[in-house]
Write a protein that binds this ligand. Structure first.
Ligand SMILES: *[C@@H]1O[C@H](CO)[C@@H](O)[C@H](O)[C@H]1NC(C)=O
Ligand SMILES: *[C@@H]1O[C@H](CO)[C@@H](O)[C@H](O)[C@H]1NC(C)=O
Length: 481
């Protein structure tokens, strides 16, 4: 039976919260910033109630305010992403915007003065529109462009920034940006584009890691990795071997697709390759998936390019085996069907259900599957849930329950299972723009009043709860809820 663990986290544990450039910055064309695919998405009326990121939380003009609320929270780490088009408006170095770079200088300096470690994500989904016009992540030339952008960021900010995520949730880019088309740039091609996108992102990640390793590691002494997202998947009927295998395929199509090349052998997992080959033979006329192939030298270049394992994790699924036919997309190609357990509480999001024990299972799985060859620590780089626009505005008890459960399962993984987890990141510091849902889903520890042009931030009960966990470094001491 699973009970609540009243213990402390190891000394030096990193407590973090996060934001992403396009969700909070605003200033969409301030000081020469280039247009991004999420600017375009909003302007094309593709988000909830035609909302845009033009102003968002106005973080571009509120560095001091944001750092002030971070200090109030008592986090020792803050993860944010850089908007590529704010640094290189066209996507390329020739268009460098000094003012754009100064914004991040100012933020980084303010964090360090407050004793808060900056963790920087180079790419959290907001591609410069000019690069998208050239094919975006489907065009192999993007590898060189990303490498150059990463190189600039290391050289400019790396004296102060010691932890870098090249990408955050790249699966979402391949799946929703180029597969289902729900996200910017809205491309619906799960047969070819989605797989090419992953292929090019993996190569881009590896090139950025090598740039750091070759040119900056010695002088800067930081870490470069990638933040992968994955649900936990359990067989719907654990007594059925078909369901057990289907749950494994679910994980391979989400996590293994990215983690296996980097952490195991430089190539996609055998389960993924076999399954796609099977579908090709079964569906000769439609070919529901085309998986690109790495050359041996590309594989060698990718393997081992991680100084940590970053994990974004929000929910779990029950998975059963089905015949997915010739339908493109993970379910059809992977021959699985997902559902949720009725005991998992729902949230304002149609895909996030609270199932905290899944985090512990996933951490054990990652440790066993991926950290044998490349033995690095795990950083939880994203975990959280949204509430509705109108509901539980400040007294967000459902979020407190969710956080309490997930943080405690991370603690169990560390103390009981011996998994090397060194950071927990709550998504998000404040409410922001949530893609297709616009501002209608609220992920924040702080409430943002989007009706007020000043965009005031107000801590929710969950912010007080989180700062108490941080102050006590866990749950050993008496707790108010
Ligand atoms: C959103 O924009 C469309 C036109 O693209 C318009 O028809 C619709 O009324 C707008 N909706 C809102 C809520 O403003
Ligand atoms: C928040 O709501 C819970 C139950 O819904 C209640 O017990 C608690 O007193 C409330 N806290 C505050 C600060 O209003």
């Amino acid at each position: 039976i699973d009970t609540f663990l009243k213990e402390s986290f190891p000394p030096g544990f990193q407590w973090a919260t996060s934001t992403e450039s396009f969700k909070v910055e605003g200033g969409w064309k301030a000081d020469g910033k280039g247009e991004t695919i999420w600017d375009r998405f909003g302007h094309e009326h593709q988000a909830f109630e035609n909302q845009t990121i033009d102003l968002a939380c106005d973080s571009y003009n509120k560095v001091d305010y944001d750092v002030y609320i971070l200090r109030g929270l008592k986090v020792n780490t803050y993860q944010f992403s850089i908007s590529w088009a704010r640094i290189f408006p066209s996507g390329h170095r020739g268009s460098l915007s000094e003012k754009g770079a100064l914004y991040y200088d100012k933020l980084i300096n303010a964090l360090i003065e407050s004793g808060i470690q900056p963790v920087v994500t180079l790419y959290h989904w907001d591609l410069p529109q000019e690069l998208q016009d050239a094919g975006g992540w489907t065009n192999p030339s993007i590898v060189e462009a990303f490498k150059d952008y990463a190189d600039f960021c290391f050289s400019r900010f790396g004296d102060r920034v010691k932890t870098w995520n090249t990408f955050s949730s790249p699966w979402v880019v391949s799946h929703a940006g180029y597969g289902t088309g729900e996200h910017a740039p809205g491309i619906k091609d799960y047969v070819v584009s989605s797989y090419q996108v992953t292929h090019n992102m993996l190569k881009s990640h590896a090139e950025a890691w090598h740039v750091y390793n070759d040119n900056y590691r010695k002088t800067q002494g930081g870490k470069v990795g990638i933040a992968l997202n994955s649900d936990w998947a359990e067989p719907k009927n654990p007594a059925l071997p078909e369901d057990v295998a289907a749950a494994d395929r679910y994980l391979q199509f989400m996590l293994g697709w990215f983690a296996h090349p980097i952490f195991v052998d430089g190539d996609y997992p055998a389960e993924l390759k076999t399954q796609i080959e099977l579908k090709r033979n079964k569906c000769p006329s439609s070919e529901p998936a085309r998986l690109p192939v790495f050359t041996p030298s590309e594989s060698k270049r990718i393997l081992g390019t991680a100084d940590f394992f970053g994990l974004n994790h929000y929910t779990s699924r029950l998975v059963s085996n089905i015949d997915g036919g010739c339908t493109p997309g993970p379910q059809g190609v992977g021959d699985f069907q997902e559902s949720v357990d009725p005991s998992w509480s729902s949230t304002a999001s149609d895909w996030i259900f609270s199932a905290p024990s899944g985090l512990r299972m996933l951490l054990r799985y990652i440790s066993k599957q991926y950290l044998n060859v490349v033995n690095v620590p795990i950083y939880i780089t994203g975990n959280g849930m949204p509430t509705e626009y109108g509901g539980d505005t400040f007294n967000d008890t459902s979020r407190i329950e969710y956080m309490r459960g997930y943080i405690n399962e991370a603690l169990k993984a560390i103390l009981t299972d011996g998994v090397n987890v060194q950071r927990f990141t709550v998504q998000s510091l404040m409410d922001g723009f949530e893609g297709k849902q616009g501002y209608s889903e609220r992920f924040g520890l702080h409430y943002v009043d989007f009706e007020n042009p000043e965009r005031p931030r107000t801590p929710k009960q969950s912010a007080y709860f989180y700062s108490q966990v941080i102050e006590q470094n866990g749950f050993a001491v008496h707790f108010y809820c």
